[in-house]
Write a protein that binds this ligand. Structure first.
Ligand code: ADP
Ligand code: MG
Length: 694
């Protein structure tokens, strides 16, 4: 059979209707799809052992000759056994196959095979159960570096690898999409070589070359696509020009003196919004560095200039808090601050919407609801996205549509998640980055302890002593109700503290004399709001909560946070949670409770205990969980990279960006026939981000 890239997988031997359906789940329906389905890992099966020399650990390849005709026996209905002995000059290997009766015909006495499996040693008898085997000299999945693919139920790696092997010859027909001069100047392998070696690399060097070329390609198309986006922004209308105001006028409103870093970032923002070009700025600052003041400044400048600003928070709890603090800060300066959240009545919402449409409201605070259809602004000039590092290209496009006319709103994204600059550029498109690299003065570093169950009583005493000193405490639990979030298997093994029952028990048995509150995501918005404001006001002394308090919540009087089942959280998340304390002048503590037996989990928690540096913590987190998890599932609105590691391949990333810049300088619309393939690929890649190319 001649296989082309269009050959459907049903034409492949061994692929019937049922398997074809399953392969489709992996996005595979034709030979060409197989080529584009890159392995997630590799297994080195190059070393082929003699029977007597094969290690007994892990799976190995052994070359040996079948010494007899295989013996088939039916032990009972549904259990068939094929046994055969293989030999070489060092000894014998006893092979057993369960329910694979075809082996009786497939293995012939006197022929040589490679057997791939785990060697078991009983006394001096060596055996292997259900090995993969191939005729010596006709191997496709043994004696080589073997690709390991992402799988789905009913599709084995062995099957997928052999399908890819069969499809591999048609890589010869793949068009070269990278322009020749780029390949040459960056020393990138040809496409055929790259595709063949990404699946079945001849050796490590070939794998490196293949990976480099394909990863470069991904980053290159990404960079080209983002350049188009940037160009659209530049042509997409002007930003509202806000009249400048003296910074000191705003600073006089603050109850504290700004840090040098806050002052610098405010100046950068002021420059942006008075320039006439739409601002597009990311403000990065570790938890507690005081990003809210910068957001307040931008909103103030905007409202005082006769325009409207909108601040979007990821949770209602955070939106409420911002509403309260911004009102307190800006109302005295004559700025009308409003909120628009789910907990408001229909009537209240209507009033706010009317105020926005009429232009009476200068600064509105809310959640994503602000993006909804019914909200019309009279004069929207600024959008602040707080703690939403996933607020990417696509959301920005949606918001731009809201400001009407030809004016593009200024955008300010605030994030505590440290992202390397180059990566930030890729994720947010073209974007300026400001860093608040300084904490407000007078903070004492948060002390963090990892403790086990046996210290529980001492910890409760600690809560009591903190409360006695007038402080407040958070107790964070992973689940809302008793282990409902877990699958049946997990349930008995774990004893996760659930907010509801735990809070009741604490109130009844441990702290009958203290004022406890509860806060979790399943509460009604009104209830959440009440719980939060009673903690802010100091009415509630101990707040038992889920991670709804994870980002942004600011109660400076809270000096202790206890995190139950701490091993269940990611490091960056723990760092965020910890950032709920240490926000005032009080000495603050974070207690991580765990019952884990995993050494690795303990190690991770110790990292957190040993540093408060957000950059270091997020690096550790990246190492442990990978960038996919870090940025959520495609929520940043960018195409997914198959090979390129956006956080690891920094050099390659800047090379690809450089190449994209050079190419677009020569041929800005990619209209040169030689560059058409690039244009096509970019368009495919950004298929989910509409409007890029209009
Ligand atoms: P984040 O960067 O995590 O959003 P916030 O803006 O919530 O931080 O600020 C954390 C706390 O520090 C708040 O209570 C805020 O009032 C206070 N704060 C911010 N800037 C300063 C400053 N320059 N001096 C003293 N306190 C400050
Ligand atoms: Mg914040």
């Amino acid at each position: 059979m001649e296989i082309t890239r269009d050959t459907p997988l049903t034409d492949f031997p061994g692929v019937g209707e049922a398997r074809a359906k399953k392969l489709e789940k992996l996005g595979l329906s034709a030979a060409g799809d197989l080529l584009a389905c890159y392995p997630r890992d590799y297994e080195d099966r190059r070393k082929v052992y003699a029977i007597g020399e094969a290690p007994q650990e892990g799976r190995v390849c052994i070359a040996a000759m079948a010494a007899e005709h295989p013996r088939l026996s039916r032990l009972r209905k549904g259990l068939e056994l094929v046994q055969v002995k293989a030999v070489d000059h060092t000894g014998a290997l006893h092979l057993t196959f369960f329910n694979q009766s075809y082996v009786e015909r497939a293995i012939r006495a006197g022929e040589e095979y490679i057997f791939y499996g785990t060697v078991q040693l009983q006394g001096r008898r060596r055996s292997m159960v259900n090995p993969i085997f191939e005729r010596l000299g006709k191997q496709s999945v043994t004696g080589c570096i073997m690709p390991v693919y992402r799988l789905t139920a009913g599709i084995s790696n062995h099957l997928l690898a052999s399908l890819v092997r069969q499809a591999l010859p048609c890589a010869g027909g793949l068009p070269e999409t990278l322009p020749q001069h780029i390949r040459q100047s960056h020393q990138l392998a040809a496409v055929e070589f790259a595709v063949k070696n990404i699946h079945f690399p001849v050796d490590e060097a070939a794998l490196d070359l293949a990976r480099r070329r394909l990863a470069f390609e991904e980053l290159f198309y990404l960079a080209v696509g983002l350049s188009f986006l940037k160009e659209r922004r530049d042509q997409g209308g002007a930003g509202r020009v806000l009249p400048p105001r003296p910074l000191e006028e705003f600073l006089a409103l603050l109850p504290f003196a700004p840090t040098q870093a806050q002052r610098r970032v405010m100046c950068e923002v002021a420059q942006d919004v008075t320039s006439g070009r739409p601002m597009n700025r990311l403000v990065q600052g570790d938890v507690g560095s005081g990003k809210t003041a910068v957001a307040a400044f931008a909103g103030w400048l905007c409202a005082k200039g006769g325009c409207q600003a909108a601040l979007m928070a990821p949770t209602e709890v955070l939106a409420e808090q911002h509403f309260r603090s911004l009102t307190a800060l800006l109302a005295p300066a004559g700025v009308r601050v409003a909120r628009l959240t789910g907990s408001m009545s229909a009537g209240e919402k209507r009033k706010v919407r009317a105020g926005l449409a009429a232009g009476d409201v200068g600064f509105v605070v809310g959640t994503h609801a602000l993006l909804s259809e019914g909200v019309v602004f009279s004069n929207l000039a600024l959008i602040v996205a707080d703690e939403q590092h996933r607020f990417g290209v696509a959301q920005r496009a949606a918001l731009a549509a809201k400001s009407g006319e030809d004016v593009v709103p200024h955008v300010l994204v605030m994030s505590a998640t440290p992202i390397p600059r180059t990566l930030a550029l890729m994720i947010y498109g073209d974007l300026d980055v400001s860093v608040i690299d300084q904490l407000p003065p007078g903070r004492t570093p948060i002390e963090t302890y990892v403790v086990r169950e046996d210290k529980r009583q001492r910890m409760y005493n600690f809560v009591r002593s903190q409360v006695a000193e007038g402080r407040q405490a958070y107790i964070i639990c992973p689940a809302v109700e008793d282990n409902t979030a877990l699958s049946g298997e997990e349930r008995p093994a774990l004893n996760l503290k659930s907010v509801k029952t735990y809070a009741e028990t604490l109130q009844r048995e441990v702290f009958p004399d203290l004022r406890l509150g509860v806060l979790h995501g399943k509460m009604k918005p009104k209830e959440k709001e009440a719980a939060m404001s009673s903690f802010s006001s100091g009415e509630t002394q101990v707040l038992v909560a889920t991670t709804v308090v994870e980002v942004g919540v600011d109660v400076p009087n809270a000096s202790l946070i206890i995190i139950e089942n701490a091993d269940r959280f990611g490091l960056s998340q723990l760092h965020q949670l910890r950032g709920r304390v240490g926000r005032g002048a009080h000495r603050s503590h974070c207690v991580l409770i765990t019952a884990t037996r995993s050494l690795e989990a303990m190690e991770r928690l110790r990292v957190l205990a040993s540093t408060t540096d957000g950059f270091q913590i997020s690096e550790e987190d990246l190492k442990a969980r990978g960038p996919g998890d870090f940025f959520g599932n495609r929520q940043h609105g960018l195409p997914q990279m198959k090979l390129a590691d956006l956080t690891g391949d920094m050099r390659l990333l800047s090379q690809a960006q450089e190449a994209a810049r050079t190419l677009l300088a020569q041929d800005p619309r990619l209209s040169n026939p030689e560059n058409r393939p690039v244009w096509e690929r970019v368009r495919q890649l950004f298929a989910d981000t509409p409007d890029i190319f209009n």
